[in-house]
Ligand binder design. Structure first.
Ligand code: IPE
Ligand code: MG
Length: 238
C-alpha cells in the first residue's frame, strides 16, 4: 500500500496523515473485493525494512495498526472476514500484539474472505523461517522440495496470489511475498494508496481478466513430458 507519504506531501499534510488516510482506504477495498468473490487478500502494511524510518513515523504507523483493529474488528467479524497476520509478531509493541492476537482468534472460523495483514513482514524472512522450520523438523535434503518450503511459509495453507497490485508508481516487489509471487500477475498504478478507490479496484481486476496466464506452458498444447525437468539437463527452458 504505497504512496501514503507522497499523498500527504501533495496536500501539505504530515506523512502520518497520509498513513491515516491510507488506513481509511482499506475497508472499502476489502468490501469490493469481497463482492467480486476474491477469497484471499494480503495487504502489505509494514515491512521489516520500515523500522528504519524516523521513529515518530514508525510509531504513527504502529499506532494506526492498533486503531484499525479497534475500529473495524466487529465489522469484519460480522461480514465473515477472517483476519490473519503475516510477519514477526513478537517485535511489535505489546498492545498491538495483543490486538492482533485477539483479532485473529476472534475471526478464525470466518470463511467468507481471508484478509492477511502483512505487518512487520519480509519475504526473505518468511523463506528463512520456513527453512528453519524444515531443519528443526529434521528434514533430510531429499525431503526439501518446493512444496515442503511453500507449505511452511506464512501463507502455507493458502493459494499463491493471482494478482499483485502495486500502488504509488513503484515498480518493484520490495520484499513482499517473494516466493509466493513467482507466477502472480503484476499490476502497477501511479495512484497513491489513499486514493485507491472502488474504481481503481475495478480497473485492476479488469486488467487482470485480460491477462493470459501460461505458467511457463504453451497455451492449448497438452504436455508430452511428465512435468518440469529439474536439473535433468535435457529439458528446454520454460
Ligand atoms: C506506504 O506509504 C506505507 C508504508 C510503507 C507503511 P509510504 O510511506 O511508502 O509513502 P511514500 O512512498 O513515501 O509516498
Ligand atoms: Mg513508499
Amino acid at each position: 500500500m504505497d504512496g501514503n507519504g507522497r499523498w500527504a506531501q501533495a496536500r501539505n499534510l504530515k506523512r502520518a496523515d497520509g498513513h491515516r488516510a491510507g488506513a481509511e482506504a482499506i475497508r472499502p477495498v476489502i468490501e469490493r473485493l469481497g463482492e467480486y468473490g476474491v477469497g484471499v487478500l494480503t495487504l502489505f502494511g509494514f515491512s521489516t525494512e520500515n523500522w528504519g524510518r524516523p521513529r515518530h513515523e514508525v510509531e504513527a504507523i504502529l499506532r494506526l495498526g492498533g486503531e484499525f483493529i479497534d475500529r473495524y474488528l466487529d465489522d469484519f467479524d460480522r461480514h465473515g472476514v477472517q483476519l490473519r497476520h503475516l510477519g514477526e509478531l513478537d517485535a511489535l509493541p505489546r498492545g498491538l500484539r495483543a490486538r492482533v492476537r485477539r483479532a485473529v482468534e476472534r475471526t478464525r472460523r470466518n470463511d467468507r474472505m481471508i484478509v492477511n495483514f502483512a505487518f512487520n513482514y519480509g519475504g526473505r524472512a518468511d523463506i528463512v523461517a520456513a527453512v528453519r522450520r524444515l531443519i528443526a523438523e529434521g528434514t533430510t535434503p531429499e525431503e526439501i522440495t518446493e512444496e515442503a518450503i511453500a507449505s511452511r511459509l506464512a501463507t502455507g495453507d493458502l493459494p499463491e496470489p493471482d494478482l499483485l497490485i502495486r500502488t504509488g508508481g513503484e515498480r518493484r516487489l520490495s520484499n513482499f511475498l517473494l516466493w509466493q509471487s513467482a507466477y502472480a500477475e503484476y499490476y502497477f498504478t501511479e495512484t497513491f494508496w489513499p486514493d485507491f478507490n472502488l474504481a481503481c479496484v475495478d480497473e485492476a481486476l479488469a486488467e487482470f481478466s485480460k491477462r493470459q496466464r501460461r505458467f511457463g506452458l504453451v497455451p492449448g498444447e497438452a504436455a508430452d513430458g511428465e512435468g518440469p525437468h529439474r536439473g535433468a539437463g535435457d529439458g528446454e527452458p520454460a
